[in-house]
Write a protein that binds this ligand. Structure first.
Ligand SMILES: CC(C)(COP(=O)(O)OP(=O)(O)OC[C@H]1O[C@@H](n2cnc3c(N)ncnc32)[C@H](O)[C@@H]1OP(=O)(O)O)[C@@H](O)C(=O)NCCC(=O)NCCS
Length: 216
């Protein structure tokens, strides 16, 4: 059934291996509980913002608030599309597209995490390709960007394996110390030539376009 007010709730991306679904409150609970089980070793921080350092139950509450905030603050010039990743009926993690001034700049960034038990099985790479297909084919992006800390091998592994172009570094706080994020981009032509897949399908995109400031 089509959502009468918030079309993003109908957004889906399907691959033979997984489904991405816009995060409603039920999926937000699943992801909050998954995050509380642990995403990484306590002595490393994979994220730009160290949100996963917070102990339960605050971590779960913060996670819910993050998804509510993303929905509440969606405008044509600033949005984060947060999607749950579901494999064989189980919520395994999340991927997001984020952008400011997308109707003009046609560029979006991505971010993702998987529950620990689901890492290292190729899901992160499949999830990123599905996310790129939504951004490039569904939303008409010209560029995708991503970044990771230099010691985050799994994240850099996904980025490297998909053939992004390195485009510099960004000095940024990491757990209150100076760190250097490695940045990458992928132009649309690269995606279309090398990564576009006919077995990845987009659902419910057209209804979302006006909400994102894009022509249907
Ligand atoms: C980052 C993350 C989403 C990647 O997903 P994943 O399912 O674990 O990664 P995949 O199994 O799809 O691996 C993708 C590629 O990276 C490579 N890779 C994975 N782990 C690696 C490691 N430790 N060292 C080197 N390469 C690695 C894989 O070989 C694969 O490349 P290939 O297809 O060319 O062989 C996941 O590991 C995760 O959630 N990590 C914790 C949170 C996080 O770091 N989020 C990103 C913040 S920037």
């Amino acid at each position: 059934m089509t959502h009468p007010i918030w079309p993003l709730f109908d957004l889906r991306v399907r691959t033979p291996r997984l489904e991405l679904r816009y995060i409603d409150d039920g999926l937000a609970v699943d992801l909050a509980l998954l995050a509380a089980k642990g995403i990484h070793e306590p002595d490393v921080m994979p994220f730009g913002i160290p949100w996963s350092d917070v102990p339960p139950p605050q971590l779960e509450r913060n996670t819910m608030q993050h998804y509510w905030r993303c929905r509440a603050e969606t405008t044509p010039t600033s949005w984060a599309i947060e999607l749950a990743c579901i494999v064989d009926g189980t919520v395994v993690g999340t991927t997001a597209l984020e952008s400011n001034d997308f109707p003009t700049l046609r560029s979006f960034g991505t971010g993702s995490w998987l529950g620990r038990e689901f890492q290292g099985r190729g899901i992160g790479k499949e999830m990123r390709v599905a996310t790129l297909q939504l951004g490039f084919l569904g939303l008409g992006a010209d560029y995708a960007t991503t970044s990771a800390w230099p010691d985050n091998e799994p994240s850099l592994g996904v980025t490297r394996s998909l053939g992004y172009t390195p485009n510099g570094h960004r000095r940024q706080l990491r757990r209150n110390e100076a760190g250097m994020l490695h940045a990458f981009e992928m132009p649309r032509a690269d995606f279309l030539v090398r990564l576009h897949r006919d077995d990845i399908t987009l659902h419910g995109v057209a209804g979302c376009l006006p909400l994102l400031g894009l022509a249907p």
